[in-house]
Design a protein around this ligand. Structure first.
Ligand code: NAP
Length: 314
């Protein structure tokens, strides 16, 4: 991928897509093509083909997906499976038909088996049963990896796949029910602080361990991969993490400190815990020369500043 290339960022208003657009603009990539969901329904195969025929992007970042936290994944498995399969199949196939030189498909660390050895290496894919609460989503993402690999093998494309760990950052979904753990807790703690509530509920036992990556760090990794690596260097897919993990209880404590919530944290064991531990082995990406730079506290402070900006405009 080079400056001047026409680059399509699918899902540019999302957490990941918006970070990728910021990162590309900062680096001087000026020929970006974007479409909102209302302008282009990525589940609509003829519309996606027409768009690629007209625009013929040289590079594609595929960051559009149906995404959600544990509760949303558990409640809407049919939608998560169907929508993600449709979006990614349409975009990957249309990119190949339009002669796109390079594509990066974004998946997630939930592709790994529930009891995968930790830290999880790329070769642990499909080595055991998936976590039931996000199985539908994981199956769709695994299909996306395999689709890129199959197109590379059969058609000689240069389509990469990156599997980031849990992300957080500006533009996140701050809904207390459907959001991921960081933005959902941020909202609940912020509201509890405003109402001077004595306690906030944290879903699950607080014991699962999680790795977190700031969205701008992920965006930096995706641009690094698109600029410097080919499918042959990366393999079927590559992990993108930061190597550090903490318990949900510790994370809740960090968020409370950033938000300034001084009440109690009550762990609600009636809510699902999800996978007990999820730490990626990102040594393959490190060996290629990329490392994250944003410490958790700084990332949380930036995310909270963004949340406050949104809350003021709401
Ligand atoms: N967030 C995380 O913690 C995390 C972690 C690991 C991996 N990832 C991966 O990163 C990618 C992006 O996630 P995200 O967190 O940025 O999600 P997000 O904030 O929900 O953004 C997804 C974007 O896709 C768009 N979109 C969804 N369905 C669409 C459709 N049918 N047609 C057109 N556009 C559609 C959405 O537009 P509307 O909102 O208008 O529908 C939104 O702009 C996903 O592949 C996800 O697996 C995310």
């Amino acid at each position: 991928m080079r400056q001047g290339d026409k680059i399509y960022v699918a899902g540019h208003r999302g957490l990941v897509g918006s970070a990728i657009v910021r990162r590309l603009r900062e680096s001087g990539y000026g020929n970006l093509v974007v479409r909102t969901h209302a302008q282009l329904e990525l589940m609509d195969t003829p519309a996606v083909r027409r768009f690629f025929d007209e625009e013929r992007p040289e590079a594609v970042f595929l960051a559009a997906a149906r995404v959600g936290g544990i509760a949303a994944n558990d409640a809407y498995p049919a939608e998560f499976l169907h929508q993600n399969l449709m979006i990614q199949s349409n975009v990957i196939d249309a990119a190949w038909r339009a002669g796109t030189k390079k594509l990066l498909f974004l998946g997630s660390s939930c592709i790994y088996p529930k009891h995968a050895r930790q830290p999880m290496k790329e070769e642990h894919l499909l080595s055991g049963q998936l976590e039931p609460t996000n199985e539908a989503y994981a199956i769709a993402k695994i299909a996306g990896i395999k689709m890129c690999a199959a197109y590379n093998r059969q058609y000689g494309t240069n389509f990469l796949a990156a599997m980031p760990t849990n992300l957080y950052g500006p533009g996140d979904n701050y809904d207390a029910e459907t959001g991921h753990v960081v933005p959902a807790l941020m909202r609940r703690m912020h509201e509890a602080k405003e109402k001077r509530a004595a306690a906030v509920k944290v879903w699950g036992s607080g014991k699962p361990r999680r790795e977190l990556l700031y969205s701008d760090d992920l965006a930096d990794a995706t641009v690094f991969l698109m600029e410097r690596c080919d499918a042959a260097d990366v393999g079927e897919f590559i992990n993108v993490g930061n190597g550090a993990e903490l318990t949900v209880a510790e994370l809740a404590g960090e968020i409370a400190a950033v938000v300034g919530f001084e009440g109690l944290l009550e762990f609600d064991a009636s809510r699902p815990d999800g996978t007990p531990r999820k730490l990626l082995d990102s040594s393959r990406l490190a060996a290629l020369g990329w490392r994250p730079t944003t410490p958790l506290r700084l990332g949380l402070e930036r995310a909270y500043a963004d949340f406050l900006k949104g809350a003021r405009h709401a």
